[in-house]
Write a protein that binds this ligand. Structure first.
Ligand code: HEC
Length: 276
């Protein structure tokens, strides 16, 4: 028997529309994970029961106008589900996964700023939501919005819609080439890594993982292989003494902070030679 291919296509496309949507409408469920493992699944009714909701006004640049939503503070939700885990520094990023599987990534520190709200109801519309985006989609069940004037997508604040899952991501999963695997937390190398992560990673990369403003400090050659220890420390501390450059001075770093950074770079170099 020959079943035409088009039949299968129709099933694949229509299934999510007919079966998932109404189920969510009844009582939306938000799934919480950490490093991929399930932590909790909480329905909207339960969230309303446990967490205070607010009616908020936001300028929604995605819709292009002022909107009124019923929402939870995203910090309240993360604190309720993950306690102090999500701000401990162990998790660098948070992924918001949408109905279609699209995951929007955000640095977890961004989520810890005031002004983030997870909207669950569009107050301006009687039933459902005002549609958003180029494809005019329904942004429910959950839409992350920000009340601050500068908390826009241009400033790296995430505005994901159709959110069904929140997942905390560990730094070492996100940036394996930057994380000094196997190093003790109280070692100089680890302290150097911590400084690098906080102060340098947004501009510099390690093995092409990280920022793109400055040069990669481990590939194709480690900085340690072609610059003296003295010069590396000098450039980090006061690069403006040597060049007109976008590299900021780091006058506040002590000599031992600089030694820590150097030890981290050296560790990264030896690890690299082991790998190749
Ligand atoms: C705002 C972006 C920015 C930040 C933050 C930054 N750098 Fe840089 N860095 C640069 C740029 C751009 C260069 C390219 C060379 C230049 O212009 O001097 C550079 C160059 C360097 C060099 C190589 C210099 C050479 O010529 O070999 C080192 C080493 C370095 N940075 C280390 C660091 C460390 C360590 C930190 C954190 C403590 C850091 N940088 C923070 C932008 C940055």
């Amino acid at each position: 028997m020959n079943i035409p291919l088009i039949f299968f296509r129709a099933v694949v496309v229509l299934f999510p529309l007919f079966f998932i949507k109404p189920a969510l409408g009844a009582d939306s469920v938000l799934e919480f994970r950490a490093s991929g493992s399930l932590v909790n699944k909480i329905s909207l009714a339960e969230l309303k029961d446990k967490i205070k909701s607010h009616e908020i006004n936001v300028f929604n640049s995605i819709v292009g106008k002022e909107k009124k939503y019923e929402a939870f503070s995203i910090k309240d939700i993360l604190n309720f589900v993950y306690r102090s885990q999500w701000t401990s520094g162990k998790y660098s990023d948070i992924a918001f996964t949408a109905l279609d599987g699209y995951a929007a990534l955000s640095q977890s520190v961004k989520l810890n700023e005031e002004g983030g709200f997870l909207a669950f109801r569009d107050v301006d519309v009687n039933d459902g939501w005002e549609l958003v985006g180029k494809k005019k989609v329904d942004p429910g069940p959950f839409f992350l919005v920000w009340t601050g004037k500068f908390q826009t997508t241009d400033n790296a604040f995430p505005w994901p819609w159709q959110v069904i899952q929140i997942n905390l991501l560990r730094f070492e999963d996100q940036y394996p080439a930057v994380f000094p695997t196997g190093v003790k937390l109280n070692s100089s190398t680890y302290r150097g890594f911590s400084t690098f992560r906080k102060r340098c990673l947004h501009c510099h990369s390690m093995d092409r993982m990280g920022g793109k403003v400055g040069p990669d400090l481990n590939a194709p050659q480690s900085i340690v292989a072609y610059r003296s220890k003295h010069m590396i420390k000098e450039i980090i501390k006061h690069s403006s003494k040597y060049r007109y450059t976008n590299m900021p001075d780091h006058n506040d770093l002590s000599d031992s902070d600089l030694d820590d950074l150097y030890n981290y770079f050296q560790f990264q170099m030896t690890r690299k030679t082991k790998h190749h």
